[in-house]
Every structure is written in structure tokens, then in C-alpha cells.
Design a protein around this ligand. Sequence first.
Ligand code: CAO
Length: 282
Amino acid sequence: MDLAQVKGSGEKGRVTKDDVQNFVKAALAQPRGTGDGMHVLPMPVIDFAQFGAIETRPLSRIQKISGANLHRNWVSIPHVTQFDEADITEMEAFRKQLGAEYAAQGIKITPLAFLLRAVMEALQHFPDFNASLDAGGENLILKKYCHIGVAVDTPDGLMVPVLRDVDKKGIVQLAKELGEISARARDRKLAATDMQGGSFTISSLGGIGGTAFTPIINAPEVAILGVSRSAMKQIYKDGAFVPRLMLPLALSYDHRVIDGASAARFTVYLSQILADIRRLAL
Ligand code: CAO
């Protein structure tokens, strides 16, 4: 407690033991807000049946758990989302070639495998994105490992299994593990430990569609990359419009830790790697 806030009743305004105890009692008796400055109206309780037919379906256990976490992260982290586009024309040609080679082994190589590898490079270049604030919010804990969570859409709701040591794996290995872990998520075979220890998350809706979205940070991580569906666009290059395959990126970051300039540099760097994946070999 801050003693300067206590009015002293002792000699010459001295703060006595009783003053301290009374101050604490009074503080505890105050009506409790959420403690986070969120004094919002409660949600109205409405009988929707008065407007037409309805059906009530309980949320799944996963929806309840992930919902509570998403809500906390949404209200307690100052989010900003940086958008960018990466030219993946060449990457996509190479991916298709690789895909044909590995299909016989049952390994599906999607753009996400390349993204995992490229994000890992960007995290190594910008270590503040591979970090967490400590509980007191005073220190940044920089992680020397690179475990990347991947949001997986399952019939029971959103799950985020973690791919470990992405920095020690190649694209084919990552594609293989991605296929295995997302299948396990959908078959409800993930252990709690499969979802722990992530240092950054990727949420890809590219297989479904859409042009952009604003992902919610998976605390205690400080950033998350959202990926939407790539599309052919006319890009002005060397004095002419040329058709290029562009991948939309959306990086949400914790503005307490990362400033806008760093976020823009991160997505520019990531886009440069994706545009020329030979850079992964550097
Ligand atoms: N642009 C264009 N096509 C893309 C793409 C992109 N960004 N990303 C994937 N694709 C293609 C794949 O190449 C694949 O094509 P083919 O079927 O022709 O081979 C198809 O889309 C389906 O891909 P996929 O979704 O099966 O595989 P993935 O590796 O891209 O993603 C997974 C795996 C587990 C991340 C995904 O299945 C999933 O669950 N996504 C949803 C995540 C989610 O819900 N996020 C929101 C979180 S916030 O609520």
C-alpha cells in the first residue's frame, strides 16, 4: 500500500498502526470492480423466445476454456494489428513441386509449413517477438527456444497445439508434424502438454478464405500472425503491372512490448523471406 494515501490521525498527522488497518479495511470494503478499469454494463438477460423459435445448445468444454482465455487476452492486452502482403509466387511454384514429390509418402506440404520456417527466421531476427512479459510486467523474458503454436479448427472448437524446436527442423519435417498434430487435435488426442510452452502463434485461415482478420494474442506470448488466403493480384513492378500471388498477413502485437515500427519491420522482413525463400538458407 502507498502510505502517502493514508491520512494520519497521530501526533502532527503521523500515520498510526490503526490508521493503516482502517485504511486497508476501508479499501477492502469498496465495491469490487474487475480491477482493470472495465466498468461496463452487465449484459441484458433477454428471453429470445418472445421474438421467435429458438434452440439452446451448451458451449463445448473447449469453447468454454478457450473463450475465457480469449476474453482475458482481448481485454487485458493492448492489441494493434499490422497488415502486410507477401509475394509468394515463387514459393508457391516450389511448394507445388515439393508437394508432388512428397505426396506418395503421405506428407501434405501446405503454405503453412513454409510460414513456420519463415516466421522462425523472423523471430530470430526480432527476438522481442519470441518473448513474454513476466508476471509483474517489469521484465521481458526472451526465449532462446522457438516453439510455435498453430491454431487448429476442430469440431469441438479452437485448439492450439505447439510445434517444438521449429528452428531445428526443415520444411518437410514441419509439414509432416503439422499434419500429425492437427489430426491429433481433430481426433481429440492432444495431451495438455502438447498445447504448452509456445513462444509465438500462427493462425491460418488460408485454407478457408477471407482477405484479412485481427487475431487475438495467445498470452503470455506477445504476438500472433494471422494468415488469410493468397490471391493473384496485379502488382506494379519495374514499370509494369504483373500478376503475382499475394499472401495477406496480419500481425497482432502487444503494444506494451512491441512498438509499431518494430511490427512493420517484422512483417516487411517476413514478406521478404517469403518472396525469396532462398533467404532461408542464409
Ligand atoms: N492461401 C491459399 N491456399 C491455402 C492457404 C493460403 N494461405 N493456406 C492453405 N491453403 C490451401 C492448402 O494448400 C490446401 O490446398 P489443397 O487442399 O489444394 O492441397 C487447402 O488450402 C487446405 O489447407 P489446410 O487448411 O488443410 O492446411 P493448412 O496447413 O493450411 O492448415 C490447419 C492446417 C490445422 C491450421 C487448418 O486446417 C486449420 O484448422 N485452420 C483454421 C485455424 C483457425 O481456426 N484459426 C482461427 C483462430 S481464431 O478463432
